[in-house]
Design a protein around this ligand. Sequence first.
Ligand code: DGL
Length: 275
Amino acid sequence: MNKSKEAPIGVFDSGLGGLTVAREIMRNLPMERIVYFGDTARVPYGSKSEQTVQRYSRQIVSFLKTQNVKAIVVACNTATAFALDIVREEAGVPVIGVIEPGARIACDITRNGRVGVIATRATIESRAYNDAIREIRPDINVIGKACPLLCPLVEEGWIHDRITEEIIMRYLDDVLENEIDTLILGCTHYPLLRSTIRKLIGDGISLVNPAYETARDLKRLLGEYDIAAQDPPEAGEPTPYRFFVSDEAQRFADFANSILPIDVKTARLVPIEEY
Ligand code: DGL
């Protein structure tokens, strides 16, 4: 295990969505360096099989190991649902995913025990949120809904758009019929739709963004292993945040710039199939 406290944290996603998790890590753990990998050549993961997502995740872990990461955050619900155990086996460093933290916060928040989850088809079919919630509170009723059209709409930048609103309502209609009081944004792209969803469903339902709790869990994990960074990035040190992708580096950098509190100049291409 790489014990250097100043080593980076590896964060990965199928593409852009995991930046919402990276953003929370930057806000909550400002001393930490980050190596982010977005699998922009092979996105979406949400319509792929378990085996394929596991193979992709293994390759990404091999790549992150070359970057000497001290911990890994699986910043993708689909990869967490399908590959968290495999990543844990292969990483050789502490690993967290986004599902358990999201499930835990939903269990804390719900008053009526009726929790909705919106996510990719793969995450919903895996029932990973149902299982994680049942572990904590077996009395909670989980209503899952796959929303495969939402990721492309986010990537297109159609956040506040009439078409997007109609699609969200089409997906949420039957979830809302179940009188949920809590809705988990179970895909890392969806926090970018938070204000649109809030406008559509009103204030009566709590929205859970698992990224917040994931950043807090990461802080606890770094403390537990005594690997939290002690020194802020030095002046003259190359940027504390490095971005790697498998395709479309400039498009990724532009998107990252629009949602992160930092200036992302470039992302570097990685031939991920070779790992
Ligand atoms: N970021 C992925 C997730 O959280 C969704 C995008 C995809 O389908 O690859 O599940």
